[in-house]
Design a protein around this ligand. Sequence first.
Ligand code: GCB
Length: 654
Amino acid sequence: MARTLWVTWAAALWAALCCRALALEGGMLYPQETPSRERKDLNGLWDFRADFSEDRNQGFLERWYQRPLRESGPVLDMPVPSSFNDLGQDRKLHSFIGWVWYERQVLVPQSWAQDPGTRVMLRISSAHYYTIVWVNGVHVTEHEGGHLPFEVDISKLVQSNPGEPNRITIAINNTLTLHTLPPGMIEHMTDRSRYPKDYFVQKTYFDFFNYAGLHRSVFLYTTPVSYIDDITVTTSVDQGTGLVNYEVVVKSNENFELELLLWDKEGRVVAKGTGARGQLAVPSAQLWWPYLMHEQPAYLYSLEVTLVVQTGAGIVSDVYTLPVGIRTVEVVRSQFLINGKPFYFHGVNKHEDADIRGKGFDWALVMKDFNLLRWLGANSFRTSHYPYAEEVMQLCDRYGIVVIDECPGVGIVFPGSFKNISLKHHLEVMEELVRRDKNHPAVVMWSVANEPASQLAPAAYYLKTVIGHTKALDPTRPVTFVSNSKPEVDHGAPYVDVICINSYYSWYHDFGHLEVIQLQVNTQFENWYKLYQKPIIQSEYGAEAIPGLHQDPPLMFSEEYQKFVLQQYHLALDQKRKDYVIGELIWNFADFMTDQSPQRVVGNKKGIFTRQRQPKGSAFLLRERYWKIANETMYPHLAVTPQYLENQFFYSLV
Ligand code: GCB
């Protein structure tokens, strides 16, 4: 890509960022089918073309959005959702940087196109990284950032074109700069004796492959023109009575009535309310408990919100139903309390990552992962290092898997990434994340970043601001970021509610010296606790294991070495977990793809499952441990086997 074009694009991005107001417009309720709403998913094959021109600008010069993409030149069939990188046999597409173009024609039902009382929305659940959208050649929206949904009202366009297919064109640029989230850098190689003219590479400062494309579903959905735009629910418990505070935002009409019904699982209405704001009281409420913390985990009520508006054309109503879990979350001294009881995170860090589809959403993979989590006895995960699909969050609510919800703030390591432009975007991303995930009972904590250079002076203001902003957005949940620095130089730790630390003893140093792990883990915990007296989560630890590689006595990269590292950490964790250590999250649930480097053998192999979700030896070790901890901490009164418990839960969930 010629430097000029890159600069033009960066300038446009800068302008877009500066003009955008910080407070987000509108809600982001998950599209759902209700008596007043319809939904059509646009998943399947789209026309696709990567702009391989030198400056990646051909698509804009030739206005590929103005006519069918296949008329612009050769197109590929590209599945949505999926990353585009690993679908072909083309090495150039695997590592492509720049603009790619997607296009799809869609015929909407007659009622959508002809009824002016219908609002037609186009929603893109995740497109990585910068996106521009046209409908029938008309520019309708732009969005910065993968991992979070955005949408646009396309009623007028669709309704001026009744009976005709509508052409949706989406251009996506995966370039990362110091100001994107996550950050990256384009390096132009100017030594002409080593690189051809205009040669550049994308550098990233995080350890996963920068997959790109339409990663999650694209939806069309409808609402009436007067509609429920947003619902915010927070819950508390007063002597057994569940209190559900609600706030409903209605758009496009000020003369409305709202009726709220809270249904239990048995189909009984347990509380009723009216108006845009209020509190519902549920006597003897069934609380939402995490998996393995209660015989009936993950109890969900349904909040049915009905809007009635009197318009010139008659009565219009809109209905939306939100799952609601009644639960409380608090950090008290060195404990993390859920419903007033100490909660110990025994879980995993994950990635959205799989063969062929990359970061593309896949129901089969999602279900396999949840079944493995339950098999493992894991009660929690962190969405390392970016927000996961909305459907995943919904399943966490349904299964009682507790979530530390992390934003894409990974790799913030250069002073250039602590500047105001980055900070502004980071705040905006937190707003988008909280807006999307605020109603999930499974989400118990926000994580604003992973391993930022928190020892650098500018990190102090940066982290304080992002953490403070997140707390203001949602005062009901603790906030953290994940640190790998030293406690005495960490500028962010004073502001967090829970200290999350990553360490890789006997992996990134002291290679092979397994005997020092316990001592070093102990010292780590003591140093952090001495300084901050806050609860601590070991938010990452682990070692690589090439599946099937055996060495005893253990050597690095063997399954035995991975197990040994885990065991040593566990011995140290066991000394502190009755104290102030409130959790352990293994790095990683499964092997995942990274950039190529001499440190990575076709990706990161610290998974306890392979990328194809087959267990390594360490998976069995962790399973025994997690069930044992569940029995001790959550079920002291039930001396039962993991298998029994697992079956109980399995059957209570199906
Ligand atoms: C870390 C990072 C994670 C890496 C991991 C590793 O500290 O947070 O993204 O993948 O270490 O394996 O190096």
